[in-house]
Design a protein around this ligand. Structure first.
Ligand code: PBG
Length: 332
């Protein structure tokens, strides 16, 4: 039989591992990955998070070991979440800006020990710290509905960001989806002389069921839902507007969250953003991979690498992921 007369045979560039590596258009590097870590007050030993096997709530001691591992692996940034004691939660989440609050203590000990060896980023949101689990203080609107008070939340985020900067955070990361939060935090940091502290804005953050296991991770229970402040998964333009506003307000980084179900937004934001773009592979994405892998239904390492490569291919410069240190070690 006569061979087909084809001008292109794309398979030529897939013939050998060396050829495939030569033409790979997307690469994962440890420096692209941000390790998410939880620090919990009032525990003696690290506690494994039931819905996120392999991830732990850390003590102030054990978190230092995790930061060291991240540095050794080549990961360039950690993102810290604080889990306060139940008795320290209140209506406003005030322990979030208490210098002795768990997150601020963790930032301080990590900065003291590691200095500038790794970028220390802190989550700047109140849901872990409020008794009702919402991302800011509640108020009643003129129709009698309980709602999260936008402007009062922003004021609280400013206090929280200042406490985090004071404790030694290189980057603060407002994740509450309140309008105007980036501009207000930028102004508050600048007024206090923290011009060098950067802001990673959770820009396009969706009201997502993929955050389910995170509630376990931070021991918070939520009254109601977050649909009046986080975005509707149906909306694309709104995500672009949110990212654009955050850039105009002075965000140093923008983020899309979750990652896997929102890769179209990652691509579109990456196409116009003049600042680095991050995507957050969230707790539910982690939990689904772990559950399927534990059952032998998927190849864990291959699927983790494929998921992260897909997020990079969609245009994310940086990925926040629970897998960061582990993957960085695989890549060595
Ligand atoms: C809220 C916050 C959430 C996550 C990060 N920051 C939860 C939420 O908005 O309900 C989720 C992270 C994850 O699921 O991995 N401050």
């Amino acid at each position: 039989m006569k061979n087909l007369d084809l001008p292109f045979r794309p398979r030529r560039l897939r013939t050998t591992p060396a050829m495939r590596s030569l033409v790979a258009q997307t690469r994962l590097a440890p420096e692209n990955l941000i390790q998410v870590l939880f620090v919990r007050d009032g525990i003696e030993l690290p506690q494994e998070i039931p819905s996120m096997p392999g991830q732990f709530q850390h003590t102030l001691e054990s978190v230092l070991g995790e930061v060291q591992k991240a540095i050794d692996s080549g990961v360039a940034c950690i993102d810290l979440f604080g889990v306060p004691r139940d008795e320290d939660k209140d209506e406003t989440g005030s322990v979030a800006w208490d210098p002795e609050g768990i997150l601020n203590r963790a930032i301080r000990v990590i900065r003291e020990k590691f200095g500038d060896q790794i970028v220390i980023m802190a989550d700047t949101c109140l849901d872990e710290f409020t008794s009702h689990g919402h991302c800011g203080p509640l108020t009643t609107d003129r129709f009698g509905n309980t709602v999260v008070d936008n402007d009062a939340s922003v004021e609280a985020y400013c206090k929280m960001a200042l406490a985090q900067a004071e404790a030694g955070a290189h980057t603060v990361s407002p994740s509450g989806m309140m309008d105007g939060q980036v501009a207000a935090i930028r102004a508050a940091l600048d007024d206090a002389g923290f011009e060098d502290v950067s802001i990673m804005a959770y820009s396009a953050k969706y009201a997502s069921a993929f955050f389910g296991p995170f509630r376990d991770a931070v021991g918070s229970s939520l009254d109601g839902d977050r649909k009046t402040y986080q975005q509707d998964p149906a909306n694309r333009r709104e995500g672009l507007l949110e990212a654009q506003l955050d850039i105009e307000e002075g965000a140093d980084f923008v983020m899309v969250k979750p990652a896997m179900a929102y890769l179209d937004l990652v691509r579109e934001v990456a196409d116009f953003s003049p600042v680095p773009v991050a995507a957050y592979q969230v707790s539910g994405e982690y939990a689904m991979i772990e559950a399927a892998a534990a059952n032998g239904w998927v190849d864990r390492q291959k699927i983790v690498l494929e998921a992260l490569t897909g997020i990079r291919r969609a245009g994310a410069d940086l990925i926040l992921t629970y897998y960061a240190t582990e993957v960085a070690n695989w890549l060595k």
